[in-house]
Unconditional design. Structure first.
Length: 220
């Protein structure tokens, strides 16, 4: 199997871990580790297409492992397994950098489907536009983060980012952005609102404020 088929499974349950590894082994080259510490070592030494991480682990738990993974700018898709189905638990896992979660007990068919979705090839998204370490696909209104993967933009957010990204050295006035993206009937404050929306979804440095002028693309 190639690098694209490697899966890191982080599960300390002595029965569930080997069972999941065996089932997923039909489609993946599975590496099973039992702790967050082992997962950090394994992920530092090899590249994986996707990771399946239990929330409750001895020592470094699943959320902390994912947070450390993202802190070193590893954007490998991560599916978190959790026995805790509360909204707070799910949100904290996603905030740590997980791309998806699955509550135990689960069906293996659903696990496999979610892994296929996380690793689906998006090369049909059109021509990429690099923005620092980020990658923007205007044709499909998506931005890829070096930390957490795929981010979907709204139509207006996409139109604004497209305008800035196509002329990366140009600072655009609010009036120009307003007429090009939103229409003359909107207020100039609309531009600031959508810049805020994009920054909140991505990174504050993705769009740079030019005092007295307006905005231009950044280089996060």
């Amino acid at each position: 199997m190639s690098n694209q088929d490697r899966l890191l499974l982080v599960e300390d349950d002595p029965r569930l871990g080997p069972l999941v590894a065996e089932v997923l082994g039909d489609d993946w080259d599975v590496t099973l580790v039992l702790s967050g510490e082992q997962a950090l070592d394994a992920s530092a030494g090899r590249r994986f297409a996707v990771m399946v991480v239990d929330r409750r682990l001895p020592g470094i738990d699943g959320a902390e492992f994912i947070a450390r993974l993202r802190s070193r700018r590893d954007a490998t898709p991560v599916l978190m397994l959790t026995a805790l189905g509360s909204l707070e638990d799910r949100v904290s896992g996603l905030d740590a950098g997980a791309n998806d979660y699955l509550v135990k007990p689960f069906e293996f068919e659903e696990l496999s489907a979610r892994l296929r979705a996380l690793t689906r090839d998006y090369t049909s998204e059109g021509d990429p536009v690099p923005i620092g370490e980020w990658t923007f696909y205007p044709d499909t209104a998506t931005v890829y983060s070096p930390y957490s993967g795929r981010i979907q933009l709204t139509d207006r957010e996409n139109a604004l980012l497209t305008l800035l990204a196509k002329a990366p050295t140009t600072a655009f006035s609010r009036a120009h952005i307003l007429s090009s993206v939103f229409g003359a009937s909107e207020l100039e404050g609309t531009v600031d609102t959508y810049v805020h929306y994009i920054r909140r979804k991505t990174d504050r440095e993705l769009i740079t404020t030019i005092r007295g002028v307006g905005y231009r693309i950044g280089s996060p």
